[in-house]
Design a protein around this ligand. Sequence first.
Ligand code: ADP
Length: 535
Amino acid sequence: MLGGMQDWPLRVMRILDHAEREHGTREIVSLHAGGEKVRSDWAGVARDARKLARALERLGLRKGDRIGTLAMNHGRHLVAWYGAIGMGGVLHTVNTRLFDDQLVYIANHAEDRILFYDSGFAPLVERLKPRWTSIEHYVCFDGPGGPGDLSFDALLAAEGDDYAWVEGDEREPMMLCYTSGTTGNPKGVLYEHRSTLIHAMMQISPDIFDLSARSVVLPVVPMFHAAGWALPFSTAMVGGKLVYSTDYTPGVMCDLMHDEGVTHTAGVPTVWLALINYVEAAGRDLGRLGSVHIGGSAAPRAMIQYFTDRGVRVGHAWGMTEMSPLGTVGAATGDWDDLSAEQRLDYMCKQGRVPFGVELRTVDEEGRVLPRDGRSAGRLQTRGPWIIRQYFQDPGGEVIDEDNWFDTGDVAALHPNGVLQITDRSKDVIKSGGEWISSIDLENAAVGCPGVAEAAAVGVRHPKWDERPILLVVRKEGQEVTPQAILDHLAGHVAKWWLPDEILFVDSLPHTATGKLLKTALREQYRDYRLSSAA
Ligand code: ADP
């Protein structure tokens, strides 16, 4: 047949080429601890990435080599991303909040040959150098670094910016992210050029992140958490402005949002709790903010309401490292105009709908597909072109079934209109009298109670019911709240048999390296707690 279309491999560096060519003067702003602000733009990022790619080749790095970063969010880190990928490397973003043993494990497992780091992590780097077996070069982003280390600025200063990105197949790997490994060792997820590029194309769309050239994006999510939720790619794709901060103090973030005109932001619920408390206490507002994406853990109703009351769109997002990370986002439905405020809020408390490219289903214990009736909860499975097939260097083989379904480890119900409702991680589910109690629902209902700052529901062994829930509660500073008040509040939101048998007040709750409640530790600690109801 005559006629046809052109082809080019769907490689990530085309995104940066586009940003440089079409949006070269659009800014990248980085606020560093201490108040220093560094301004660059997409043309500057592209130029510096070419210099860095040259420097990496000069150091002997080659296509496919793993290039580690241990850093906060800032423009130099962004240059390292694109420079590493541009020279054909596999960028490995290391989670700075992991414990020493995990940091040693993942850099050795990834066989990182070079590590870029922030001077703030210098003591950690010096401590672990003897245990990292594959790293040959250390590059400090903001200073000379330790003995024998290289300086990022000096590396760039020594290079010209004449460089052509390494080409290759669109299925080649370009990035490696490890899950935070709340159980066992972290597992590596290897992203490819093609999967990353098409993920970015869907991420910018209106129902997902709604990004455009006018967007000013402040990713609060760290660049090491699930590819920084892919915002470094999608923002470049539309030529948006990126605003980064290494300082997470709510007051500093609020100033930055005002000063730079931030329109879009994204992060886990815990960071928004702190920001909201600050904004309220200081009597401030959110500036030009139009959209906040909340994910990583379920967004509490009160938080969603807070933002929507102020005209800010909440994109309640569900995803995971294994999904690049986008799975679903709660965007307005076709019948949005006919819904009451309360109905809209009910909808937004769920995890939203899939974009084109992600498919979901739920199955029961025997693997039978469950109906999308909004009631049947089962194991959530997913498939699509940006979803994992096999973990990095995992001898266990592929983690999908013969039809490509990947088991997410989440328990969920799907509604007739396609909306996803996560009820738990399968490990966190509370099994009582043969039925499941959603710890997420309990926790989110609890934080809607005045005086409650944070809550965790965990299952405690029970002679009759197998397990019963208890609720661990952190009070809001300076506020009184009684167990009875919390129970009364919960009674309005969950089934009676879900109500916790006991409510215990604690000073703080443990969190994972990505800011989520550390349920494994809590379950260990309280599994054998003696309930008075069990006596
Ligand atoms: P980690 O395993 O390091 O926490 P991820 O960030 O990839 O890494 O975690 C993905 C998991 O986080 C999901 O499988 C799900 O359990 C949970 N999660 C993410 N977003 C949401 C959400 N909006 N609501 C409930 N759970 C969520």
